[in-house]
Design a protein around this ligand. Structure first.
Ligand SMILES: Cc1ncc(COP(=O)(O)O)c(C=O)c1O
Length: 395
């Protein structure tokens, strides 16, 4: 039921919805919503139980849904401009549920190169075992998606910006290709966050998130989200009911809390990252900087069209090969050497010496992960301090 409050909120700004969207299930009117930390709910009659069992009832069993989770789902849907959303136990859980909703044995997927490694493994290793094949294409030319289509293609999957060099995919152009062919589109919006990009406004059908990142925003929760039409979310929910991967209510509550400042955080991070990118671009010990906000980035023009700001993710190539890159990340004092992204604390990773240490060099280079490449997720610290930290680490 769409109540008066939800109707009025629908036309408010992003930050207002980040604080107020989602119906608080507490009858006492608590300003901070309660955590329904319960696995199950009691009913008065068997008929009531039977009714709740057949729908996404927030008061049946927490793998079905939960009042705290439902409120967080309504908020995420509002921020993405979607009719509905589903929260899941992690980003990979959201991605697998969404993809399993979209494809069946015998189907084909066209996937952008450079998607998150777990997603790449899903399409390249896991789904072929169930009769679903994928073709990977260079995503900066939308025609590459058109050329890879087959009569049995059911899904185009993209992620923008994407590792390792912040490639930008033109969402409107790719969704035109998909619509012409009657193919569904899914976009991983983790790096941009709905503050910077809302893929549904560009014609994409389904959005997925690692809500662990910008949506949660404080490195304190692992969660995923899918946002789409009511009908599609209902089908996706069916997958979650069967395969599991529902979020814990406390995690949903942490998301409700963290997401309130999404707009404030991302606006600041957009500005800081632009400054850090400009600093690195002028540094003598940096070979190259990859940030869509720099005019020489190949995706700059598309990013200007589809992003409110250029985001908090950048990569740069430090001098000195593998040892040089490793030295820089180890010498950072404010930025932490850690995987993940999108939180209040700046994090840096040097793939060649950590996550990709055991990947053959040729394969790593094929993926664009050069020896000295460092990826940085900018947090909300003061820009001057982050720049001084990088300057000292590069010295
Ligand atoms: C772009 C992207 N999508 C999905 C995931 C997977 O999310 P999670 O770790 O929450 O399962 C990640 C994780 O780093 C990611 O960076």
């Amino acid at each position: 039921m769409i109540d008066e409050k939800s109707k009025r909120l629908a036309s408010t700004g992003f930050n207002t919805r980040a604080v107020h969207a989602g119906r608080n299930p507490d009858p006492n009117g608590s300003v901070v919503p309660p955590i329904y930390q319960t696995s199950t709910f009691a009913f008065d009659t068997v008929a009531e139980g039977a009714d709740r069992a057949t729908r996404i009832s927030p008061a049946f069993y927490t793998r079905w849904s939960n009042p705290t989770t439902k409120m967080a789902e309504e908020r995420v849907a509002s921020l993405e401009g979607a009719a509905a959303a589903l929260l899941t136990a992690s980003g990979m859980s959201a991605i697998t549920k969404a993809v399993m909703t979209a494809v069946a044995a015998g189907d084909h997927v066209v996937c952008a190169d450079g998607v998150y490694s777990g997603t790449y493994e899903l399409f390249s290793k896991s789904l072929p075992r169930f009769g679903v094949d994928a073709t990977f294409v260079e995503p900066t030319d939308p025609e590459n998606f058109a050329r890879a289509l087959r009569p049995n293609t059911k899904l185009i999957y993209v992620e923008t910006p994407a590792n390792p060099v912040m490639k930008i995919t033109d969402l409107a152009a790719v969704s035109r290709v998909a619509r012409r062919a009657g193919v569904l589109t899914i976009a991983d919006n983790t790096f941009a966050s709905p503050y910077n990009t809302r893929p549904l406004e560009h014609g994409i059908d389904v959005v997925v998130h690692s809500a662990t990142k910008f949506l949660g925003g404080h490195h304190h929760v692992v969660l995923g989200a899918v946002a789409a039409s009511e009908e599609w979310i209902r089908r996706c929910w069916d997958q979650m009911r069967i395969y599991g991967g529902a979020p814990d209510p406390f995690a949903s509550w942490l998301l409700l809390s963290g997401v309130q400042t999404l707009g404030l955080r991302v606006e600041r991070v957009n500005a800081t990252t632009q400054r850090v990118a400009a600093f690195l671009a002028g540094h003598p010990r940096v070979e190259r900087v990859f940030y869509p906000g720099l005019p020489d980035h190949p995706g700059h023009d598309v990013a200007r069209r589809q992003m409110r700001g250029f985001g908090g993710m950048l990569a740069f190539e430090a001098h000195g090969g593998i040892a040089g890159g490793a030295r820089v990340v180890e010498r950072m004092k404010i930025m932490k050497l850690a995987v993940s992204l999108g939180g209040i604390c700046s994090l840096a990773t040097h793939a060649a010496s950590t996550t990709h240490l055991h990947v053959a060099r040729e394969e790593r280079l094929r993926q664009g992960i050069t020896d000295g490449l460092i990826r940085v997720s900018i947090g909300i610290e003061d820009a001057d301090d982050l720049i001084a930290d990088l300057d000292a680490a590069l010295d």
